[in-house]
Design a protein around this ligand. Sequence first.
Ligand code: SAH
Length: 223
Amino acid sequence: MIATAQQIAGIGFTSQRTRTRMVRRLMDRGIENEDVLTVLNTVPRHLFVDEAIASRAYEDVALPIGEGQTISQPYAVARMSEILMQDGPLGKVLEVGTGSGYQAAVLSRLADQVFSVERIQSLLDKARHRFQALQYRNIRTRYSDGGWGWESHGPYDGIMVTAAPRSIPQPLLQQLAVGGRMVIPVGDQSSEQSLTIITRTSAGFASREESNVSFVPFLTGKS
Ligand code: SAH
């Protein structure tokens, strides 16, 4: 079913005005990329969470989406998108951890094509319905363990992982294009994870780390 203009527009706590206020807070926190800010100002985040918590959709917090998972905090979505966009518009992007579908939706407005992989079928089904309702047609999804990437569509100009593994899965490195960039939270759950940014050049891989972040664990296998 296609979402109505009224559903997309929202009211009160889900309105455009509330979304714009969220974007202003993200600017205050240091997000600068104009394209990212514009997209966050348009994608209706309230349609990516259950109706019961839709009124909280524009707070800068992670929210539960069922199955023990969360929709990432807007700041994390913005920052990770901004990192991937550093060298301008993106061709093909791989996301690992579709979850609610919100991050994939944001990426789909910034890249030509988005490929997103999720290991929990029920979450993937809901995300797919949202993409359909919003007519985001350049997102393809797959039910699988994202640790293997999605080789047939690679290599990717950008790879974003939205769950934290203890170390970077090798197949993801292999599927990163030369000139491409990967952003991935690395670390275990007991301590803070660091957002790791890998760039691939013809000479090999370079890596740097950014502030501490907190993501749900990256798990292996399908659930
Ligand atoms: N990007 C999502 C964030 C969801 S939380 C959003 O915008 O809502 C992270 C997601 O990663 C969860 O749905 C979890 O099931 C998924 N995940 C964890 N390990 C995974 C793996 N190995 N392969 C694919 N998905 C995985």
